[in-house]
Design a protein around this ligand. Sequence first.
Ligand code: PLP
Length: 362
Amino acid sequence: MEPREFFIEDRLERFRLEAFCNLGESGLSHFTMEEMLSLCGLTWKDLSQIPMNDAPNQGSFALRSAIANLYPGVNPDEVLVTTGTGEALYLAFHLLVAPGKKLALVWPAFQALYEIPRMLGADIIPVPYESAFQATTWQSIEADLYVINHPHNPTGQTFSSTEWESLLEQFRKRKKTVLFDEHYRFLPSGGGMGKTGVNPKQRFYGTGSFTKCFGVTGLRVGWLIADQEFIRRARSFKDYLTHTVNPISERIALGLLQGKEEFLPDIQKRVQNNIDHFTSVCMDLPKTKSFVPPKGGLVGWLELQKGISSEEYADKLFARTGVFVLPGSNFEMEGFLRIGFGEKEDRFQEGLRRWKECLDLI
Ligand SMILES: Cc1ncc(COP(=O)(O)O)c(C=O)c1O
């Protein structure tokens, strides 16, 4: 059992540190350690006092409580702290998927959401993004597990409040098991906190993190939300993998969740400014066809004119301007580029200025 290559990773590894303007990443441009400590109200002295024993296997009670508070009706025993959302997904899929099971998800998708289930023998039902954000689309789809990544990577699309309520109602009535990957929930357009579908009592499980939305991906903290028995099994599985999250990351994660009301509005504003700027100039960029601004999260899906290879476009753009974008081919869908909106505003604007000048790019 082995998953295929993780298509986006090779390109991210090659370009993320070299790019002048990084629009390939799905996270906010990173803060330094010093900036991060000031966001979470910790000092170097506080860090130096952290006992370097193993953190509790399920995650510290304080951190699990802060995470549980993000979900109505969820208690700390229904939370497992993991090394990134990636580990939470890996554990959940191993407990939910078996050969021949059907898994439906919005297409295109973040590869881990279908590659791990595929490796485990699941049949994948791709639900095209053009119709996936209408609840009725899901009515006729029969699957054992539904994976709803919301806000959606790579398109940035979301369900309206009415569609969301009918989707949840429909899954409830049909007694379906759903896994909500809500990694980008901290950045809904319009501010505040994004919707959640998670409700462990109904087998509406959840994975999440704040690391991409807060610009601290290196912290590698995420979580799984499920009923206690499911969490017990996932924790036991995790004991063979990463075992625990290091206590420094746990302490910083707690501080960031406790302090988020202070710094999140500024991040949300910055991301929205980038989205607005991109929306105003994207049709002046070479050979672009259409763009629907994201309604949540940090990424959007730019359609190219017919017949253009997304990989060739991305390569030439990087070579000419230092602007790094991800080709749609990395999401197994030609004709698109994934654009990230987490770059610093001045670099974002300069990157677009350079991109716009390349009229003979392709
Ligand atoms: C939808 C989605 N889920 C999960 C992950 C994995 O997140 P992490 O870096 O926290 O492991 C990503 C990363 O880009 C993602 O986009």
